[in-house]
Design a protein around this ligand. Structure first.
Ligand code: F1P
Length: 295
C-alpha cells in the first residue's frame, strides 16, 4: 500500500496519536467541564461537528447539561458555567470573536492544536494537543483525537477502539469510491456529528457532492435525490429497515461494523481515495486554508 499524501499519512497515524490523547485525558478532560457544570461547546467547520458530538457524549455520560453551536452563530443568552471552544489552529476569527462575547464569570476554555496561539492565550484554561496537530489543511487526526480524549474522560475504555482502528487501517478500504458521484452519511446521537464531518471531508478533499442527515430524517425528503450512483453510509449502529428503504432507490448502502470513530477514519480514507481517483491532491484542497482569519 503506497502512501502518497500528507493527509493520508496523518490518517494512518491515528491509532498512535489517539493513544497519546487517551493518556492526556485524565488531566485534559477537565477543560471540557467539571462534573455538573453547564457547558457550551463552540467551533467552526470540522471543530463545530466535534463540538456537537462531544456535547452529546458529555450529557449522555451524566457529566452535566451540554450544548453545542457554531461559533459564528452563537450569541450570549443562556447561562453557562463554561464555554469551551475547539480550534486546531487556535487562530479562527469567529472563535476569537465568540470568546470575546462570553460574559464575565463564565469560564472560557479552549482545546487547541497549537500552544501560544491567540485562542489559547485568551482562554482561562487551555488544553493543548500539539501532538495531534496536522500539516494538512483538511483535518483528520486532530478532531478524532479530541473525541478519543473526551470519550476517555467521560469514562470509556478506548483500547479496543485503538486496536480496531489499527486493524481497519491495515486492510484495504472495502468500497470503490470512484463508482459513485453522490455520497451521503447518516448518523444518530453523537455519530451525527461524525456523519457531518465525513461529508465535509468528501467536499474538502474530493470536491464531490456529499450530504449528511440525522439517519431517520433521510426518509423525510433527502432520499428523493438518491439513485444508482449514490453511496449512502450509515454511521453508528446498523439499521436494516432504513437500509432496505434506501436500497429501493437504486443507491448502494454501506455500514462498516466498527466503532463510530473508526467509521470516521474509513470515511476519511474514502475521501482521500476519491480525490486520487478524480486526479485531485488532497493536500491542496481548492479554495481552503488551514484556518479562516478574517481581515
Ligand atoms: C476550522 C476550519 C477547518 C476547515 C478549514 C478552515 O479550523 O473550519 O475545519 O478545514 O480549512 O478552518 P480550526 O478553528 O479548527 O483551526
Amino acid at each position: 500500500m503506497s502512501i502518497s499524501t500528507t493527509t493520508e499519512r496523518e490518517i494512518r497515524s491515528q491509532p498512535e496519536v489517539w493513544a497519546r490523547a487517551v493518556a492526556a485525558a485524565r488531566e485534559g478532560a477537565r477543560v471540557l467541564g467539571r462534573p455538573g457544570e453547564r457547558v457550551l461547546l463552540l467551533g467552526c467547520g470540522t471543530s463545530a461537528f466535534v463540538a456537537e458530538s462531544v456535547a452529546v457524549l458529555r450529557e449522555r455520560a451524566g457529566h452535566g447539561e451540554t450544548d453545542a453551536a457554531y461559533a459564528s452563530e452563537w450569541t450570549p443568552g443562556r447561562a453557562y458555567d463554561r464555554v469551551v471552544v475547539i480550534s486546531r489552529s487556535g487562530t479562527t476569527s469567529e472563535v476569537l470573536e465568540a470568546l470575546a462575547l462570553v460574559p464575565a464569570g463564565t469560564v472560557r476554555a479552549a482545546v487547541v492544536g497549537v500552544a501560544g496561539s491567540p485562542v489559547a492565550e485568551v482562554a482561562d484554561e487551555a488544553l493543548v494537543l500539539d501532538f495531534a496537530d496536522e500539516e494538512s489543511v483538511v483535518q483528520t487526526r486532530f478532531p478524532t483525537s479530541v473525541l478519543a480524549l473526551a470519550r476517555t474522560g467521560f469514562g470509556e475504555d478506548l483500547s479496543p477502539v485503538l486496536d480496531q482502528a489499527a486493524e481497519a487501517l491495515a486492510a484495504p478500504l472495502p468500497v470503490e469510491p470512484s463508482r459513485f458521484d453522490h455520497f451521503v452519511f447518516l448518523g444518530r446521537s453523537w455519530s451525527y456529528g461524525l456523519a457531518q464531518e465525513a461529508a465535509l471531508k468528501i467536499r474538502e478533499a474530493a470536491q464531490a457532492w456529499s450530504e449528511s442527515y440525522p439517519a431517520l430524517d433521510y426518509r423525510h425528503g433527502p432520499v428523493a435525490v438518491a439513485g444508482e450512483t449514490s453511496l449512502v453510509t450509515l454511521f453508528g449502529d446498523a439499521d436494516p429497515a432504513l437500509a432496505a428503504d434506501i436500497e429501493r432507490t437504486g443507491a448502494t448502502v454501506q455500514h462498516w461494523d466498527l466503532d463510530p470513530l473508526v467509521q470516521l477514519v474509513q470515511a476519511q480514507r474514502l475521501a482521500v481515495e476519491l480525490a486520487g481517483a478524480r486526479g485531485l491532491d488532497a493536500d491542496h484542497p481548492r479554495h481552503l486554508t488551514r484556518s479562516v482569519v478574517l481581515g
